[in-house]
Design a protein around this ligand. Sequence first.
Ligand code: B4P
Length: 196
Amino acid sequence: MRLILLGPPGAGKGTQAQRLVEKHGIPQLSTGDMLRAAVQAETEVGLKAKAVMDAGELVSDAIVNAIVSERIDAEDCADGFILDGYPRTLAQADAVAEMLSAKGISLDVVIELVVDDKQMVGRILKRAEEARAAGQPVRKDDNAEVYDERLREYYKKTAPLIGYYHAKGLLTGVDGMKSIDEVTADIEAILAKYQA
Ligand code: B4P
């Protein structure tokens, strides 16, 4: 099963991807996590990505496509994967289509988490608050000011993917405003059709 989780920042892509990993045993390819790991390790990619991510903007297509292309070649992706937060631009969508077609495979489904974006900043601030309370590091982009920029970037660069995948007949929407468990159940109901 090869699927994409799409939605604005805070929609729950990472949250749902982790649950799908547990249930289906396929890896989660989160470009956000991969970039944060590169920043932490102070690699060349990490040094370039840090300021861009902290400002809530999107890292360059060239950098992100390169890390996904390498990751998707790994053995654990042979039976499928969940793309979480990738693609985020039309150029990235074209890039992933090329990566898969070179392997003779294609996407099964693109699941859009449909949310009221005005409420997403509340989720982000809650995550920051919980991390602070637990003495864990708080993501630099998890604050109201940077969230506004992340949302602007989403509408400018990522939202066009909804039409792109709809036109390909791959898009399915799920109500991302429900509880985490309910969203998981709705996603599983969709995936059951592809596994039948
Ligand atoms: P990401 O790490 O992908 O961050 P995100 O979009 O904010 O997170 P997500 O939607 O996964 O929300 P989550 O489940 O965590 O990207 C961060 C940055 O990396 C980007 O701004 C960009 O700079 C860079 N980047 C990443 N990919 C890129 C790409 N392809 N190209 C260029 N740049 C890229 O949920 C958030 C919170 O909500 C959590 O606390 C969760 O518990 C809560 N929550 C989730 N579902 C809920 C629900 N149903 N009800 C209540 N709370 C819920």
